[in-house]
Design a protein around this ligand. Structure first.
Ligand code: PLP
Length: 273
């Protein structure tokens, strides 16, 4: 693992580098990105940096220095060739008083790169009882306040699943803890709209440009009879779902297989789509 913090590469990425009053640590006042690394190069970095800026704006944080971040990413990646890896960019409110009010210090910026294993081709998922709040201040924001996702993912793990899926307050399908959801009904590929409160996933956005996917909001029960279900994320790409709660599905089904092949072919052709 290699790390860069506030302009400096760390010689020891395990050594302390953040002050104890950092607002990201004390109250989750921060935003982040996870970027896939393919053969030493970041995938879709422009889209990730744009989303980081949108997330920061939603929290009222100053705009991140995008060019500085590009340099930081390239400095960190220069430390070790990653055939397959993940970059994590974290941007927080910085040192602050101990309550929810923000201080006037500079934000904290952290860039970490580490190797990653390829995700399995298929996965089991379960629904969880807690709703996503599509009307909340953090709806669709990639904030470091992710403890709800931690709780939901732990529940999924208890049920031998690798992802937990949320409905929103309206009872519509929303997203997973770290992924968007797609499904096939009558041969048509569908995914929830951004109004569902899901994150505007980079994988989702790119797939919408590469394939004919209909954005629609429907009750989560649509997945009880969907022909195929799949997850979309930076670390999973397009991943087929072989178990939805108690229901077993053919995985990958024919449409999902086509999407997986499309993804694998296109992501190496265009590293910053
Ligand atoms: C809540 C949530 N939804 C969806 C996604 C998928 O987004 P992306 O394709 O940009 O990784 C993520 C990413 O980790 C996420 O945290």
């Amino acid at each position: 693992m290699h790390a860069w913090v506030n302009g400096q590469l760390l010689t020891d990425p395990q050594s302390p580098a953040i002050v104890v009053s950092d607002h990201g640590l004390t109250v989750g006042d921060g935003v982040f990105e996870a970027v896939k690394v393919i053969d030493g190069r970041p995938f879709a970095l422009t889209r990730h940096l744009e989303r980081l800026g949108r997330s920061a704006a939603a929290l009222g944080l100053p705009a991140p220095d995008v060019e500085g971040l590009r340099e930081a990413v390239s400095d960190v990646l220069a430390q070790e060739h990653l055939a397959l890896g993940r970059i994590r960019i974290t941007y927080t409110g910085g040192p602050a008083p101990l309550g929810s009010g923000r201080g006037d210090a500079m934000p904290t910026t952290v860039v970490v790169a580490a190797p990653m294993n390829a995700a399995p081709r298929t996965s089991a998922v379960v629904t969880v009882p807690w709703p996503r709040n599509e009307r909340g201040a953090l709806a669709g924001v990639k904030s470091t306040s992710y403890a709800e996702n931690v709780v939901a993912l732990a529940e999924a793990a208890k049920q031998d699943a690798s992802e937990a899926i949320f409905a929103n307050l309206a009872g519509h399908l929303c997203e997973g803890t770290g992924s968007n959801v797609g499904y096939v009904v009558g041969g048509e590929v569908r995914t929830p709209t951004l109004a569902s409160g899901c994150l505007a996933g980079v994988t989702r956005a790119v797939l919408l440009e590469w394939y004919d996917v209909r954005e629609v909001d429907e009750p989560i029960e649509v997945l009880d009879s969907a022909e195929e279900i799949f997850l979309l994320s930076t670390t999973r790409d397009v991943q087929a779902v072989h178990r939805w709660n108690d229901r077993d599905l053919e995985a990958p089904g024919p449409v999902t297989r086509q999407l997986m092949e499309l993804w694998a072919a296109r992501e190496v052709e265009d590293i910053d789509p």
